[in-house]
Design a protein around this ligand. Sequence first.
Ligand SMILES: NC(=O)c1ccc[n+]([C@@H]2O[C@H](COP(=O)([O-])OP(=O)(O)OC[C@H]3O[C@@H](n4cnc5c(N)ncnc54)[C@H](OP(=O)(O)O)[C@@H]3O)[C@@H](O)[C@H]2O)c1
Length: 337
Amino acid sequence: MRVITAPDPIDAPGIKWGILAPGHIANRFVTEVHRYTLSRIAAVGSRDFARAQQFATEHGIERAYGSYAELVDDPTIDAIYVANPHSEHHAAALLALESGKPVLVEKAFTINAAQAEDVFTLAKRQGLFAMEAMWSRFLPHYPTVKALIDDGDLGEVVGVTANHSQPLNFNPEGRLLNPALAGGALLDLGIYPMSFFHYLLGSPTTVHAEGVLTETGVDQREAITLGFAAGAYGLSYCDLSAAGTNPAEIIGTVGRIDIPGWFYQPQNIVFTPLNGEPITLRTKVEGGFQYEAAEAARCIRDGRVESGVISWADTVAVLRTTDAIRAQLGVVYPQER
Ligand SMILES: NC(=O)c1ccc[n+]([C@@H]2O[C@H](COP(=O)([O-])OP(=O)(O)OC[C@H]3O[C@@H](n4cnc5c(N)ncnc54)[C@H](OP(=O)(O)O)[C@@H]3O)[C@@H](O)[C@H]2O)c1
């Protein structure tokens, strides 16, 4: 039984990041990059100069810009971290790539697969790195789960369950309930289980979803069943109006893995052989975002345009699945009409 240790982010090359949109999650990215890597945040751009300045002061960032265009034009920046609402990722990523800057784009990478293909087409044409910031894939417990499966410790994998519910519907004006900002439980929360299923089982051959929409017309909750060619199923419940414990379970014919805490965050995992005692594998790490940032820095310094951990095809495939789910739920964003 193998525990996979991710390369230590402190050993990755140090690069200079520019932050595009200094909101909630950008705070965490900056904190963990500064704490755990040799990379530094050299500039921040906001639609509002005062907000950029305040963020720069809080994090000791040298330069603040009052527009994204000025940020991506900064010649000292090696890469841009895109952290505005999903609806804005497509335009922001294209802006950065057109200015010759590699991009790490928050999840959901874009609102649909077609937008993601646009971004990767431009990245390919420009010869520039682009990656979805699906940070969980770079944490040690994800590749450890995969190694146990690949080594046959579980036998045949027949079912994976992964749930994600958080009560996030407190602000009717906020991005989570607003269709124009690509709100809804699926792209914000469900994207983690969907990406996890793809990581372990590949693309599904069947997709079934039902759910309840908010008054604003985005998905509040959904139950999703994915079927895979090998006969395995992925099951997920996602909800933005209630608190879940958000575990995952990977069920095989001769063993099982439990991720008992929030499955996509740094966790220890528990392997239980059929008729055997549970064995805890120590895979939990501090922080988390430094792993994806380190992978981006390694790829950029090596001249690679995509990561082998989350390839362009992977990101597009996950969004094809969320497109199919949204079609069944009846969630169409204004940009798609
Ligand atoms: N990886 C994770 O664990 C994680 C966790 C939470 C969120 N995220 C992702 O990160 C992204 C941002 O989420 P967040 O919670 O950080 O969002 P947020 O704090 O609400 O907003 C982030 C930034 O987006 C811009 N923005 C806000 N409202 C906007 C609007 N109506 N139109 C255009 N731009 C707007 C603002 O930048 P300006 O200052 O430039 O105006 C704001 O500072 C989302 O795609 C989300 O899925 C990832």
